[in-house]
Design a protein around this ligand. Sequence first.
Ligand code: SF4
Length: 441
Amino acid sequence: MIDRDTFISAPKVYYHTFGCKLNFAETASVAENFSRNGYVTAAKEETPDLVVVNSCSVTAEADRKCRSTLRSFNRRWPNAAILVTGCYAQLHPEQLLEIPGVRAVVGINDKLKLPEIARTALTETVTTTFPSASELREFMPSCSRGDRTRFFLKVQDGCDYWCTYCTIPKARGRSRSGTIPQLVEQARLVAEQGGKEIVLTGVNIGDFGHGRDDNFTDLCRALDQVDGIERYRISSIEPNLLTDELIDFVAGSRAFMPHFHIPLQNGNDEVLKLMRRRYDTALFAAKVNKVKEVIPDAFIGVDLIVGARGETSERFESSKAFVESLPISHLHVFSYSERPGTKALDIEHVVSQEEKHIRSAIMHELSARKHAEFASSFLGTVRPVLLEHGHGDNSVTGGFTDNYLRIETSLDKCMDNTICKMRLDTLMDDGETIAASIVEE
Ligand code: SF4
């Protein structure tokens, strides 16, 4: 173990994040807090004194990846102290503490105390306590620069829905949100740093304002007024919380993009009931149709879980037919993963691993077809694109249109973080990306 006196200079920290955009936003806040407390971020190729891992536990595979990465960090930097926080840490601290090099496993409520805990963890193993889900009530504001052009602003945390397959409410606690003035101020700071696009993130962001008298649409209205931010995207919103008021607001807003991401999870009503989702397929179809009615060019991404318990072959076929009937643009397909302690484990009819693979392939194929159809319908049109990833002369540059079509173009200068009008020329071989050319800067 390292002696405290070894740290004549500031301890160097390496950060690693698993999982969702929310975790990335939170890691950025954790890193800022470490800097304020005298730590420095380890430069590339530098050996860190401390490794901070923000974990995810969305599937058994996410847990496995986290454990294996922690072991590889310990092999690579045997003298570094490893601290783990995040959903996996909150749910199963005992599993993580067994891994060599892990000196502290820190619950979600204590993320901001990490620098303090790290002081001790640099020399010895620290025992921390884990409040139960009902005690997790603090909202930790977070905003991160996801890449060179896009920022992720956390507006809400936790969830009170308890869908039968999900462990997130247990890991993240009760639904809670930031305040509108606080989030508007964070958006202003993003604009000051030159940010043009903000993605609003959270666990169940449509539940923003729960227990207060403001709601998610009120937040969007306030954010729309922030000078300098030219684009907002809503990362994902539960269908029952996607109100007509919000859809109409987005349709007429200054900066909210024609882009929705709506978790369906299954297109069969019986499976939706078993999952304890708060809508049926009729409501879901009504929301998608409302979006298309008022914003015909909108990109609609949909989450889908295949092979959930209770999804018989007939129910899978009906789910597929329902998804096929929807005017959506893309599917995010996940294979159901058994999570210990969830109510889903009581549901009969278990889908085999092999059958899950088959269903996943079928839905991926359907997604590719829908995405290609959506992208093709815009060929020959001109749309605003936020350019990103410029790498100098003659490099291939990427970007997204307002309605979330990925484009690629060749430029003779770096135009990173510029919004310009582009003609959408041809669909590339991946069936999603469009080769585009600038018509106006
Ligand atoms: S809405 Fe359901 S799936 Fe989403 S976080 Fe809450 S419990 Fe989990």
